[in-house]
Ligand binder design. Structure first.
Ligand code: DOR
Length: 410
């Protein structure tokens, strides 16, 4: 639909074919897409503790430049966000320094050690929107069961990085042809699937909502599909790197192809795209994981897992999913905005009259050359440097305020 959007203060005031308001500030979006602000359920902002990699302010600036109006930050900071004091610190730092909404995710267990439950109730009061031990999955099924039961009292989703560490121990890439060829230790798809199956069974038994983070294998996707068809409260997200790259990319030994879960086989990528197309996948999330260049410069085995994604996600989604005819524009907006809002019960992802005016404006045909030296993020660890992509962000509005305008950059 073609229309004017009127924003007054921090709210959408009207969406109509022709709006005239005297003295209004006009943003001419002719020929562009005006969508509800993009929401990323999975970012690492590194503050507190590793501000050399990213801060809440720089991560939020990267988000704005990528079209995101809301990001949810994982608790694997230093200290871990496992209590209300850390949660409040993040909320306050975000209020003072972030140009987009930053919503913290609390840890499931103390220090994410997988043993005792974290102060979930108090963190909820302080503003967390989900719980997760991302990066350090809870190995003990009984602890996970209790976490799910407890999370239900606050209607909090339990987000799991599914990885059986006994299976994946020492692995750095997907187990398969390329791990053998390159002599790198593999991570079997089983590591992910064992935990996905466990979590689905626990969600079924407890009635809790489990959200599978960065799902990466064909079988895991099929498990989620089946569980959904049985009415179990399970949702999942996939990352742009898992639907654009296969483990063949590792052949370069570029440590920017090292992340956890690892890049998977071509068959897995195909299955993930099928899940994106058929509705099994609820959200695209970046797993934005900034690392310092010195650490990424280590040899493959020793470099840390993770790549940044906030400033490439929209362009990769447009180029690889929309322009290839795999999904409609509406589905793309669902995956990047309305879908994630639903998964975390956020009152966002809407352009209805009265909604908070979080808006993402993008150009379907803009030519985007990925140049990490221009990123707002403090880190540069992307495997997409030099890519030329079709479509990208133009402007980002948070609560009625323009926080990014690409015209001002040129
Ligand atoms: O690649 C990853 N990087 N996976 C994770 O689970 C953690 C993340 C990080 O914090 O760097």
């Amino acid at each position: 639909m073609q229309a004017d959007v009127l924003i007054q203060d921090d709210r959408i005031a009207a969406v109509l074919p022709d709006i005239y308001v005297e003295d209004a500030v006009i943003f001419d979006a002719t020929g562009l897409v005006v969508a509800p602000g993009l929401i990323d359920l999975h970012v690492h902002l590194r503050e507190p503790g590793r501000e050399d990699k990213e801060t809440i302010a720089t991560g939020a600036a990267a988000a704005a430049a990528g079209g995101f109006t809301t990001v949810c930050c994982m608790p694997n900071t230093q200290p871990v966000n496992d209590n209300a004091t850390v949660t409040r610190y993040i909320v306050e730092r975000a209020r003072d320094s972030a140009i987009v909404n930053v919503l913290p995710i609390g840890a499931i267990t103390r220090e994410s050690k997988g043993e005792q439950l974290a102060e979930i109730g108090e963190m909820y009061q302080a503003g967390i929107v989900a719980i997760s031990d991302d990066g350090h999955p809870v190995p003990n099924a009984m602890v996970m069961r209790r976490a799910m039961q407890y999370a239900m009292s606050f209607n909090l989703p339990v987000v799991d990085h599914c990885e059986c560490k006994h299976i994946s121990a020492g692995g750095v890439v997907n187990e398969g042809f390329y791990s053998t060829l390159l002599g790198l230790k593999g991570i079997s798809h089983l590591a992910e699937e064992l935990d996905v199956q466990r979590d689905i069974l626990l969600a079924e038994a407890t009635g809790a909502h489990v959200h599978i983070a960065h799902l990466s294998t064909a079988r895991a996707l099929q498990m989620v599909r089946e569980a959904k068809s049985r009415g179990i409260r399970v949702t999942c997200e996939v990352t742009p790197h898992h639907f654009t790259l296969t483990d063949a990319a590792v052949e370069t030994f570029d440590t920017n192809t090292k992340m956890n879960p690892p890049l998977r086989s071509a068959a897995d990528v195909e299955a993930i795209i099928e899940g994106i197309v058929d509705g099994t996948v609820d959200a695209i999330a970046t797993d934005h994981a900034p690392h310092h260049a010195d650490e990424k410069a280590l040899e493959y085995d020793k470099a840390p897992f993770g790549i940044i994604g906030l400033e490439t996600a929209l362009s990769l989604s447009l180029d690889r999913l929309y322009h290839t005819g795999k999904i409609s524009l509406l589905r793309l907006v669902e995956l990047l905005s309305t879908g994630p809002a639903r998964v975390f019960n956020l009152k966002r992802g809407s352009l209805e009259v009265g909604a908070i005016a979080d808006v993402s404006i993008f150009d379907l045909n803009k030519v985007v050359r990925v140049d990490p030296t221009k990123f707002r993020s403090k880190s540069r660890n992307t495997p997409f440097a030099g890519y030329v992509l079709r479509g990208g962000p133009v402007a980002t509005i948070v609560a009625g305020r323009v926080v990014y305008n690409c015209k001002e950059e040129e």
